[in-house]
Design a protein around this ligand. Structure first.
Ligand SMILES: Nc1ncnc2c1ncn2[C@@H]1O[C@H](COP(=O)(O)OP(=O)(O)OP(=O)(O)O)[C@@H](O)[C@H]1O
Ligand SMILES: [Mg+2]
Length: 229
């Protein structure tokens, strides 16, 4: 589904991602784990075209996307839930979701999204800024799904969210994968969440992938050792 090779990103003179290589299979959920400042957000933002890459290739179903602008990547099938959720706080819940529809032919929020997140239906006329953190995270996921992505990126979706909502988000992501057959890449620092949802775990350290394991045969202690400070 996604193929990333010799992928490099720099801020000015300083290279932050040093030639990453990985692939994501159809319907696969992959967690990219790493401590603060290791390059998770840089990876996600650059894959989305929000910041430029300085080398390498990104292919979605075999087609190169690295020359594309952000909105073209969304039209080709990339969806993004940014770190910190980035909800438009003065717009309503419904309007926030509608911003995700621009690359589709739809003009109103599909019923399936409200079925998936009933709390958003209940709060559709409320301002986004007035929702709780967990509700905003659900809104950010619904907004990303509104463009009907094939490949969904989520940057630290559990940050600042209570355990019961984290579990709910995990269930929802697996359900979305099963129902829509999309692939998901989620960056995370919470190992229990990654173990709950991922088929495979990649560990990123100082801009390089230093470890990779399948969930089914994972050595938890080994992954945990990369995440401890
Ligand atoms: N706009 C920027 N300009 C210069 N350097 C940056 C910029 N954004 C991030 N960096 C640096 O790039 C490195 C990777 O940062 P990044 O935000 O990708 O890490 P992260 O893994 O997402 O961390 P966190 O878990 O704290 O969100 C860090 O050393 C950071 O200081
Ligand atoms: Mg980050």
């Amino acid at each position: 589904m996604l193929s990333v090779s010799d992928y490099r990103v720099s801020y000015g003179q300083s290279e932050v991602l040093h030639g990453l290589n990985f692939e994501i299979k159809p319907c696969e959920i992959v967690a990219v784990m790493g401590r603060n400042g290791m390059g998770k957000t840089t990876l996600m933002k650059s894959l989305m075209g929000v910041i430029p890459s300085s080398g390498g290739s990104v292919k979605l179903e075999g087609a190169e996307v690295s020359h594309m602008k952000s909105h073209q990547r969304v039209a080709s099938g990339f969806g993004f839930v940014p770190q910190g959720r980035m909800i438009f706080s003065s717009m309503t819940v419904k309007e926030n979701i509608e911003t995700g529809l621009t690359t589709t032919k739809r003009r109103s929020v599909p019923k399936e999204l409200y079925d998936m997140f009933p709390v958003l239906l209940e709060m559709r006329n409320r301002r986004g800024g007035n929702l709780s953190g967990g509700q905003q995270q659900q809104l950010a996921i619904a907004r990303a799904l509104a463009s009907d992505p094939k490949m969904l990126f989520l940057d630290e979706p559990t940050e600042g969210i209570q355990p019961s909502i984290i579990r709910e988000i995990g269930r929802t992501l697996k359900m979305i994968r099963d129902q829509r057959g999309l692939s998901i890449v989620v960056s995370e620092q919470v190992l229990s969440f990654a173990l709950d949802i991922a088929d495979r775990i990649l560990v990123i350290e100082k801009g390089e992938i230093v470890h990779e394991e399948l969930r089914a045969t994972i050595n938890e202690a080994k992954v945990a050792s990369y995440l401890s400070v």
